[in-house]
Design a binder for this molecule. Structure first.
Ligand code: G4P
Length: 575
């Protein structure tokens, strides 16, 4: 019994030790796990903070102007100040030179360049700046409208001598409709031009903006002495030199600096003081929220060619311009700090190499992070896609990137999966809104000139339309295909590309259409049935099958609208 009891004591004590050990082990394990969990949480938090910081430091914007106002020059100078290029001239203009209405070879050559210049990114004072290129040529206005869906703000460039021009009016109208924050940059102050105050009046009247100057020019043209920077409260004197690199400018901190009077003369100094008083009395004080809400537009002056006023513009821009904004989808407002990725295609660029018919789809990241080799959901096609080489754009180069953040643009190689307006997500079923088609200005029938190549022609048309080169309408009556474009130039581009990229010969035949209107109606109503019967000849389907009325004149459109009051005639495809 003693032996037994000692055995049992030993067993008890050894099981006690084992229990203790297990407890100890568990405790440690628990500690390790909780430490690990803590560590993981900490890492997640750091990543989340990093993610939020990345969003905060991004500024994605577009520069818009009438051709020749100086958009390309300004873009280049911004890159110069951002340290992305060392000398102006490194970024080639992708604008189609004036008068090139029939020079599509030039367009082809430039198309190659514009892939690289579609997005120009650089870092300035720790802000990641993405400039989205917008073609200035009016025949490519549709492209510009679409690009504007991907920007969070814009800078409008106006030529001091020419003032507000037609193309600027159209583009600003789109920005105003969407409440995009706008900064106005009045360029070419080294040339004789309109009076600064008259010009600001013109901007208010023609563009429907409410402006407030953040700088004032001192003189103009031959007499251009410099700029008083209201934003930074200092004065820069103009020296017409070192256009290609960043030169040092003479700079005064105060209007009372005795050196300033010596430089600009007492009369000019007196005028400047009066003008500043006038500004205080007449224009509203700058209010960032009003600017962000699209209700107030700051104006700055300068000369892009002379690097003058550009850095001041950039300094002001990074402080006031919005970080990536939320975007409306059909189901909800998608916020940039939503951790799940969502983005949309706003531009498709055909590859220049005719042997590889792949394209580059430009995606604006709206929320979450976009990661290389991660599967994403293509909402329209309902399928998962993975991308092994997403491109990011730095200055004029493109590079493969592993991770991109809201506000960034990635270029994805595409073999025909994407259309403009497509949404890509981490799994959510949603579709971003706001990439409508507008009525084209020119309409022509497209005819196949080589019956053996009908398939190639159909495929070519299909893909060019996906790229947004033009719009396709199919007549209800006989199925004939009508191409609608913003400018006459696109017909040449289409013909050339169909032949060179798809081996399909086509010709165009004039068609008298004034405007395409998208129809919204109760299809069961007698009114609609009558409209359909009477206007049969003028009805067509757009590429997504929506009903469109091709009115042959403004008069007939008006008459039709007056007659069928229950039918809505929309100017854009999104209503
Ligand atoms: P865009 O992209 O808006 O079409 O205009 P771009 O920058 O190409 O400028 C159009 C013309 O205006 C260019 O001259 C450019 O040098 C000039 N320019 C731009 N900014 C200024 C400025 O601040 N002052 C003056 N005086 N001129 C300016 P170009 O002769 O058409 O072309 P280029 O031969 O100089 O390239």
């Amino acid at each position: 019994p003693t032996g037994l009891s000692s055995l049992s004591t030993r067993i008890t004590s050894s099981s006690f030790i084992a229990l203790k050990n297990t407890q100890y082990f568990c405790k440690n394990l628990f500690r390790i796990f909780s430490l690990q969990a803590l560590f993981v949480i900490l890492l997640q938090q750091i990543a989340c903070m990093g993610f939020l910081e990345e969003i905060k430091r991004r500024r994605t914007f577009g520069i818009i102007s009438h051709p020749d106002a100086g958009k390309t020059t300004l873009t280049e100078k911004l890159l110069l100040f951002g340290g992305a290029i060392q000398e102006a001239g490194a970024v080639k203009s992708n604008k189609i030179k004036k008068g090139a209405t029939s020079d599509f070879m030039e367009i082809e050559r430039q198309r190659g360049i514009s892939v690289a210049t579609s997005v120009l990114a650089f870092v300035y004072k720790d802000k990641k700046i993405n400039i989205l290129d917008t073609p200035g040529h009016k025949d490519f206005a549709e492209d510009t409208f679409r690009t504007l869906t991907a920007v969070d703000s814009v800078i409008v460039v106006i030529d001091v001598a020419k003032g507000v021009e037609e193309q600027t009016e159209k583009l600003v109208e789109v920005c105003r409709m969407r409440k995009i924050p706008i900064i106005v940059f009045i360029n070419k102050l080294d040339r004789e031009g309109k009076d600064a105050f008259d010009l600001m009046d013109e901007v208010e009247q023609k563009l429907g903006l409410k402006v407030t100057p953040l700088s004032v020019p001192i003189g103009m043209g031959y007499d251009f002495k410099g700029i008083y920077n209201i934003w930074e409260r200092n004065i820069q004197l103009f020296q017409d030199e070192s256009k290609q690199t960043i030169g040092k400018k003479e700079h005064f901190e105060s209007l009372d600096d005795p050196g300033l009077e010596a430089e600009i003369g007492s009369t000019r100094l007196k005028n400047l003081k009066e003008e500043l008083e006038l500004i205080k009395g007449v224009y509203p004080t700058f209010d960032q929220q009003e600017y962000l809400d699209g209700n107030l537009q700051p104006v700055l002056f300068g000369s892009a060619l002379n690097n003058f006023g550009v850095q001041e513009l950039l300094n002001c821009f990074i402080e006031i311009a919005p970080k990536p904004l939320a975007k409306q989808s059909d189901t909800r407002l998608v916020e940039p700090d939503d951790e799940k990725f969502a983005g949309f295609v706003f531009k498709i660029h055909a590859n220049m190499d005719p042997n590889h018919r792949d394209r580059l789809a430009f995606i604006k990241i709206v929320s979450g992070t976009f990661e290389r080799n991660k599967p994403y959901h293509h909402v329209r096609l309902k399928k998962k896609l993975k991308f092994s080489s997403p491109n990011a754009f730095f200055a004029e180069k493109k590079q493969i990137v592993d991770i991109s953040y809201p506000g960034d643009i990635v270029g994805l190689h595409d073999t025909g999966n994407f259309k403009i307006g497509d949404t890509l997500t981490a799994g959510d079923i949603l579709q971003f809104k706001g990439i409508p088609s507008f009525s084209p200005e020119h309409f022509r029938f497209i005819n196949n000139n080589d019956p053996l190549k009908a398939k190639q022609l159909a495929k070519g048309i299909d893909q060019l339309m996906d790229e947004g080169v033009a719009q396709l309408f199919t007549l209800n009556l006989n199925g004939r295909k009508v191409i609608g474009t913003v400018g006459a130039l696109q017909f040449e581009v289409i013909q050339y590309r169909l032949l060179h990229e798809y081996g399909a010969k086509c010709s165009f035949e004039n068609l008298n259409v004034h405007k395409a209107c998208w129809i919204e109606a109760n299809t069961e109503s007698d009114d609609f049935k009558e409209f359909q019967r009477i206007k049969q000849k003028f009805l067509a389907k757009d590429k997504s099958g929506k009903l469109v009325f091709l009115a042959d004149s403004a008069f007939s459109l008006q008459m039709t609208q007056d007659k069928y009051r229950d039918i809505q005639f929309h100017n854009t495809s999104e209503f």
